[in-house]
Design a protein around this ligand. Sequence first.
Ligand code: S3P
Length: 266
Amino acid sequence: MDELELLRADLAQTDEILLNTLLMRNRIVEQIMNYKEGNDIDILQPEQEARQRKWLADSLEGKPHAEEVKAVFRSVLKNSKKIQARKLFDYNIVLIGFMGAGKSTISTQLSDAFAMKVVEMDQIIAEREGMTISEIFEVYGEEYFRDAETNLLIEMQSRTNTVISCGGGVPLRERNVAEMKKNGKVVLLTARPETILERLKDDHSRPLLENNKNVGFVQELMEKRREKYEAAADIIIETDGKTETEICEEVIRRLREEAAVYGSKN
Ligand code: S3P
C-alpha cells in the first residue's frame, strides 16, 4: 500500500470509531430521556449544558482546529435535542394568549431547548406582505389580516414538531382553533394586565394597544377574549412572576401529563 492508501485506511478507522461513538451517544441520550421521564425529573437542565460547554472549551484550549471541533459538537448537541423533541412531541406546540403573554419568548426558548422549528405567525405574515402588522391594519384593515392568519394556519397543517407562535387574535376565530388542533396541542399563556403593560411599555408594534396602554383597556379586551382563549386551550399556564425556564418546564410537564391522559394527539 502506498502512503495515501495507508492514511485513508487510518481515516476510515477513525470514522468507524466516530460512527459507533455517535450511535452509542444517541442511545445514552434516549436512556437519559427515559430516566427523566420515569423519575419525574425536569427535562431542561441549562446548568448541565453550561457544564458541557465549559468542558469542551477547556479540553480544546490550545488544540488545533478547535473551532471546527466546536462546530461538530454544536451539531451533535442540536441533533440530541431533536431526538428528545421527537420522542416528547410528535405534534406541533401551538402557543396562544394575549399580546405580551410571552408566546414569542417561550417559542424561542422551546426551540433552543429542543431544536424545534419556530413559526412566528405575525413575522411570516409581515414578511410576506412586505409591511409591518400596523401597516397591514392601516392599509387593508383587520379582516384582511385575520384572513392571512387563517390561511397560514391551514398551511401549517403539513408540519409536525414545530412551535407555532400565534398572534393574540388567532384563537378568536373558531375555524382557526379547529385548524390548530388538527396536529397541535394548544398552550394558553396568561399574564395579569399589569404584567402585560410592563412587558410592552416600550413596544410600538401592536396597533390595538398603541393608544390604549392602560390597565382598564387591557383588562376589558382580555375579558372579552377569555372565553375563546380558554375554550381553545388544551393547557393553561400562568406566567406572572416565573422565569422563562420555569415556564418552559411547566409547558413540557403539562404537555407530557396531557399526552399520558389523552394520548399525544386529540
Ligand atoms: C393582535 C396581536 C398581535 C398581532 C396584532 C393583533 C391581537 O400579536 O397579531 O397586533 O389581536 O391580539 P401578539 O399577540 O404576538 O402581540
